[in-house]
Design a binder for this molecule. Structure first.
Ligand code: SF4
Length: 366
């Protein structure tokens, strides 16, 4: 990624990885969606997220995956098989959905890559039992990392890392609050937000502070305000398409972005605090939130930001997302918030048909 804020370049992913490794650190390639960055950093491992990547030849994965598995998983496996993840020392595969669970099993049982593979099972509810389960999962991951790295960061070291990540997430939330005053168009705003997927928290903090300093002189952006929902905004030309059609993304419900606005925790036990943060993040179907919870969250976000409609920008075959949509959209419509669903394959460039549908939707909600 090479896009820039007005005065500060966003380092490219490979530069960040090289610099981190040069200092003696290791790298974990992390599949979507939820996990704990602080836990890895406490072992001097940089988590670098893998959301596809988009626009690649995914045929290598075809031998292991059914054609109805989403393109994100196809691409991730092809990327691994063609050496794209050779730089990673570890792979983390959260049990986000059936497709990622399947990928985890294929990696562990058949492909057995050079990297150690860690699965992470996340609870599908928000009860006390779910929190306890997550705490146990995080402790187990800690034990596995301790065993393989021969390191044993104590509670204070973990809490220090957690506080740094909390500061980065606080700034992430501020960027969202000030997004209309920042000197960034939608595309560059999301390049900045998504640099959280691979930048060490301390570097992200510097970038976010720099972008906010420039906010004081910037003018408020214009366009028909909309909310973007889905898993990942790829190809990122979608922001340009929205802008050219007269739209402005004023909020998002994207799994890689807004659904990971993790609030700070309060517990002095590091594992409880990590679980608390994950459990208290915005509603997400992959974490078992109900359609009612999602409806309430989306309506509230639209009200706070002035969004006039929602673009559900979905990866084809993404079951957790597509399953909710008929009922969710019906409820939102009844509450006065129109929406459109667009399904994409991560390997297709933005088609004219998609651009036309976005334009037609923006004309309707204007
Ligand atoms: S796009 Fe959907 S189905 Fe694919 S990995 Fe993400 S959550 Fe799972």
């Amino acid at each position: 990624m090479s896009e820039v804020t007005a005065t500060m370049p966003i380092p490219k992913r490979h530069e960040v990885i090289e610099a981190f490794k040069k200092k003696g650190g290791q790298v974990a390639a992390v599949l979507p969606i939820h996990y704990s960055r602080a836990l890895f950093r406490a072992f001097d491992i940089l988590p670098v997220e893998v959301w596809g990547p988009p626009l690649m030849d995914s045929t290598q994965a075809g031998a292991h995956l059914q054609p109805y598995v989403c393109s994100l998983v196809h691409n991730a496996l092809s990327f691994l098989k063609t050496g794209g993840l050779d730089v990673a020392d570890y792979l983390l595969v959260p049990h986000t959905c059936d497709s990622l669970q399947g990928l985890g099993s294929i990696l562990l049982d058949f492909i057995r890559p050079q990297q150690k593979v860690f699965p992470l099972y996340l609870p599908r509810g928000q009860r006390t039992e779910d929190r306890h389960y997550l705490i146990r999962e995080l402790r187990q991951l800690y034990e596995k990392l301790a065993q393989i790295t021969q390191k044993q960061p104590d509670h204070e070291a973990l809490l220090t890392r957690i506080r740094t990540e909390e500061q980065a997430d606080l700034l992430l939330a501020r960027l969202y609050e000030q997004r209309q005053q920042l000197s960034l168009n939608n595309l560059n705003f999301y390049h900045l937000i998504r640099s959280r997927e691979y930048l060490p928290a301390e570097d992200f903090i510097g970038l976010a502070q720099s972008a906010m300093k420039e906010a004081k002189v910037a003018e408020k952006s214009k366009g028909t305000p909309v909310l973007l929902s889905g898993i990942v905004p790829e190809p990122m030309d979608v922001f340009q398409a929205i802008e050219e059609a007269g739209g402005l993304v004023v909020a998002d419900d994207l799994a890689c972005c807004g659904r990971r606005l993790y609030p700070a925790g309060a517990s002095n036990d590091p594992f409880e605090r990590l679980a608390e943060r994950l459990m208290n993040s915005p509603p997400d179907p992959t974490r078992g939130h109900s359609i009612e919870q999602r409806e309430e969250h989306l309506l509230k976000t639209a009200e706070q930001t002035g969004a006039k409609g929602i673009i559900f920008y979905e990866v084809k075959f993404c079951e957790p997302e597509l399953f909710d949509l008929p009922d969710l959209r019906k409820r939102l419509k009844a509450a006065g918030l129109p929406s459109v669903t667009i399904e994409i394959d991560l390997n297709d460039p933005l088609s004219n048909q998609v651009v036309t549908r976005i334009s037609a939707f923006l004309e309707m909600v204007e």
